[in-house]
Design a protein around this ligand. Structure first.
Ligand SMILES: Nc1nc2c(c(=O)[nH]1)N[C@H]1C(S)=C(S)[C@@H](COP(=O)(O)OP(=O)(O)OC[C@H]3O[C@@H](n4cnc5c(=O)[nH]c(N)nc54)[C@H](O)[C@@H]3O)O[C@H]1N2
Ligand SMILES: Nc1nc2c(c(=O)[nH]1)N[C@H]1C(S)=C(S)[C@@H](COP(=O)(O)OP(=O)(O)OC[C@H]3O[C@@H](n4cnc5c(=O)[nH]c(N)nc54)[C@H](O)[C@@H]3O)O[C@H]1N2
Ligand SMILES: [Mo]
Length: 767
């Protein structure tokens, strides 16, 4: 299939074949070699790939799945290889590029085209009204930022966004700079990602992170994978699931889509995987309706309670008595419900026959050790926090937290998104963290909570925020309600993007706009005459070093640490007591400070140099202690609710194809789902196609409906017959972000509801 760059979304012309029933195998190996060769030249490609996820190499910039203790020489996946190739490319966006392409031209290009132009190699500035970006020196760039920050009425008129690739050292320096400057406005991609997990886990278990390590996956009897597509988004997780299966685990998959990776896995590291039939991963597939997981877990929990009440010994009463709070009220709330009304609510929300849920419950009852894994399918709904709280109830009932082979496993997205939070990138920092910062650096940090992603957009829209600074990411394309977000960005006095590659956020800017070119994970980083390394935390709380290997394309590219420290000195002045120059010249000096501020990082410089790094403490996992408000693990009552979908509408989830990393589009194929050479497709169940009077193969507009009465329209999507759950549809992000209303967010976590958008279909209005 063609991977040729297209620069015009109107040329998007998808073709469709049957979805695959197995994942990885030889086509994936070929896929990684092809992208690597095309992007970086064979030698550079091989040099980079052999260093991915090795103990002396760099951390894969792809996803946050951990590396196993015994590493295979090819400890990377097809999509990790694409992420590496994308970054290690030799193509450069330098002075000639900016001279040739006015900003108005960049604004017309697709995200795919922008990403294909290569690595940004010079700082560039667009003055008010300028048609082009022009190269500037770093000093000039810092002057422009200092001037605009200095002109604000309050530090809270500045926003400091972070995407999840930034290493721990830069993240710590960045939040310190924001707080020295005077604000907690540190929105991040987590706000759109696993914030619901953090909110629910913090309240119920006392720690907003996962409680399992890789060994727990291998030791589990039952693994439930809900709302996640690891075959595409966490391919190395399939190796862990395969290992668990071979040790006797069973797997229940909960998803509106039958995802190829969760069906049959063909492990490219084994002969069995390359030439044999591979491993069947899923034992029971629950094809839940979008948003039906709360009802599903409530039903499982009620069955467990009923079996126990009938003398079936289904609960871990010792654990419940010793370690939990709120069990009686919880049990009563479920047991008191009328049998018929309960099951009809479950049926409506899940679309699942009762017998299937009972089959799942039987598997639960037959299992001593259970892990639940999840990702965006659970976190991006209005009722995501109650859903994840109910998952915790499920695990608590049988004592499945804080013992081997059991626990909660929210599978993180960006490679260091969890570490960035640990380093203090959070608009609602805990008081203890601010106290520690105060004691270490001798200043009083701001205490008032800052703005998250959605509130930042509102603040820019309303003129309450005037400077937007992004440490990585692509805020304009990743955020909901594209039109509203773009209008908000354009109202800013200054927008700054610290980036590796071009994206839409460089074309939709404030009055003044800056692009600052950053080194990425793969690049060699020399400061103060010595090679530096950074460190990252994976999805399981393991911290390790990452050393870039590739010679940077230009000496104008700077490390994120150097950028933050240089800017901080310029903005805060020569008298600021923080030794910014020392930090930038030797990252060990930064780690010394992190060691004194962040719990679990004592002796950081020593521990991070151990092969494989170290594991952060996690009280529930390590000692069954729960630092919650009650000092115990909290049961919570979460009444069943599910998205209401009026007649003639479908519930749309916006998800990733196999050829993208968030807003970075690598190619135009979604191989496992049988979509080729295009992205504007909407996957619909054949019965819904018939019922709605649609025809597979026709083009339609998607129009979302929300209580504000505004029709948001995404034009020109090809209708594709697909075995998704009835009443549901799926289409790719970011093309569909126009449909997600800014004010449609999750309770508590304020995460945009990207996985439950009510849409109707209208005649194609063309692009
Ligand atoms: N190659 C690659 N890797 C990535 C990324 C990437 O874009 N490309 N992104 C990274 C990031 S930041 C993240 S957060 C992760 C995302 O990893 P995922 O969460 O796997 O990503 P999505 O494509 O959003 O897929 C959501 C899955 O949930 C299912 N789903 C949707 N709604 C529901 C629901 O209501 N209930 C249930 N049970 N399932 C539902 C969808 O069918 C789909 O299988 O991946 C990370 N890794
Ligand atoms: N509709 C819908 N919207 C969603 C989602 C969804 O499922 N549906 N998912 C949400 C999720 S889970 C997430 S995490 C967000 C992602 O939101 P973001 O993290 O903001 O977006 P990315 O596309 O990951 O950012 C890619 C850009 O980061 C820059 N970059 C890459 N590596 C580096 C680096 O090492 N340093 C620096 N400084 N820059 C770098 C490059 O310029 C690249 O263009 O999107 C969210 N938005
Ligand atoms: Mo994410």
């Amino acid at each position: 299939m063609s991977n040729a760059p297209i620069d015009d979304p109107r040329q998007d012309a998808p073709s469709v074949t049957a979805p695959k029933e197995s994942a990885v195998g030889i086509p994936a190996v070929a896929g990684s070699m092809r992208v690597t060769g095309a992007q970086s030249g064979a030698r550079r490609g091989l040099l980079t790939l052999t260093a991915v996820n090795q103990k002396q190499g760099f951390d894969c910039p792809g996803c946050a799945w951990p590396e196993p203790g015994h590493r295979h020489p090819a400890e990377f996946c097809e999509n990790g290889a694409k992420a590496v190739a994308e970054e290690a490319t030799r193509r450069a966006v330098g002075p000639e590029f900016f001279a040739a392409h006015p900003i108005a031209d960049l604004a017309e290009r697709s995200g795919y085209w922008l990403g294909q132009q290569g690595r940004i190699t010079v700082p560039a500035y667009a003055a008010p009204g300028a048609a082009h970006y022009t190269p500037v020196s770093w000093d000039e760039a810092f002057d422009i930022i200092a001037e605009q920050l200095g002109a604000l009425d309050s530090p809270d008129e500045a926003l400091f966004y972070t995407s999840g690739r930034t290493g721990n050292e830069a993240a710590f320096a960045y939040q310190l700079f924001a707080r020295r400057f005077g604000t907690n406005n540190l929105p991040d991609c987590s706000n759109m990602c696993h914030e619901s997990s953090g909110s629910a886990l913090g309240e119920t278990l006392g720690v907003g992170k996962g409680s399992v390590l890789l060994d727990d996956i291998y030791q589990a009897d039952l693994i439930i994978v809900a709302g996640q597509n690891p075959g595409t988004n966490h391919p190395r997780m399939l190796t862990a699931l395969e290992k668990a299966k071979r040790a006797g685990a069973r797997i229940i998959t909960v998803n509106p889509l039958p995802e190829a990776g969760m069906q049959r896995f063909r492990n490219p590291q084994t002969a069995r995987g390359l030439i044999g039939a591979g491993t069947m991963l899923t034992d029971l597939f629950l094809q839940v309706r979008v948003g039906g997981d709360l009802a599903l877990f409530s039903a499982l929990n009620r069955i467990l309670l009923q079996v126990d009440e009938a003398g079936g010994d289904a609960l871990d009463h010792d654990f419940i008595a010793e370690h939990t709070h709120g069990f009686d009220a919880y049990a009563k709330s479920l047991l008191d419900q009328d049998e018929e009304a309960f099951w009809s609510a479950v049926r409506r929300a899940t679309g699942l026959p009762r017998e299937q849920i009972e089959e799942a419950a039987a598997m639960v009852l037959a299992s001593q050790r259970i892990v639940v894994c999840w990702a965006m399918g659970l976190t991006q709904h209005r009722h995501s926090v109650p859903t994840i709280r109910e998952v915790v109830d499920f695990l608590l009932l049988r004592g499945n937290v804080g013992r081997p082979g059991a626990g909660v496993c929210p599978v993180r997205g960006h490679s260091n998104v969890q570490g960035d939070r640990t380093m203090g990138i959070w608009e609602r920092p805990p008081a203890a963290f601010l106290d520690a910062l105060r004691d270490e650096f001798g200043f009083e940090p701001p205490r008032e909570h800052g703005l998250d992603t959605v509130d930042s957009i509102r603040a820019m829209r309303d003129g309450r925020a005037k400077v937007f600074f992004a440490m990585g990411g692509n805020f304009v394309s990743a955020s909901p309600d594209t039109e509203a977000t773009e209008a908000a960005m354009r109202r800013c006095r200054l927008t700054v993007q610290v980036s590796t590659k071009l994206n839409r956020s460089h074309a939709v800017t404030g009055e003044h706009a800056l692009i600052l070119p950053a080194l990425g994970r793969t690049d060699r980083d020399v400061q103060g005459g010595a090679e530096q390394f950074v460190s990252v935390e994976d999805s399981m709380g393991q911290v390790h070093a990452s050393r870039g290997r590739v010679e940077p394309l230009s000496d104008q590219m700077r490390s994120e640490v150097a950028i933050v420290c240089g800017l901080a000195r310029r903005v805060l002045g020569p008298d600021d007591p923080v030794p910014w120059e020392e930090f930038a010249a030797d990252y060990d000096r930064l780690r010394d400070r992190i060691a004194r501020v962040v719990p679990g990082f004592e002796d950081y410089n020593e521990k991070v140099r151990r092969p494989g790094g170290f594991t952060l403490p996690h009280a529930p996992r390590d000692s069954r202690t729960f630092p919650t408000s009650t000092g115990r693990a909290n049961f919570t009552v979460n009444p069943i609710t599910a998205p209401e979908v009026p007649e003639g509408r479908l519930l749309l989830q916006t998800l990733r194809s196999h050829d993208q990393f968030n807003t970075t589009i690598y190619g135009l194929n979604d191989r496992y789902r049988g979509i080729h050479n295009g992205r504007r497709v909407v996957l619909v169940n054949p019965d819904d196609i018939a019922e709605l009077g649609l025809t597979a193969g026709e083009y339609v507009d998607l129009v979302s409906e929300w209580t504000d009465g505004v029709d948001r329209r995404a034009p020109h999507f090809l209708v594709v017959e697909y075995p998704t759950a009835r009443g549901c549809a799926a289409a790719y992000y970011p093309e569909t972000n126009v449909l997600v209303p800014l004010d449609s967010t999750a309770e508590v976590s304020n995460t945009p509801t990207s996985k439950s958008v009510v849409v109707r279909f209208e005649e194609d209005s063309g692009l």
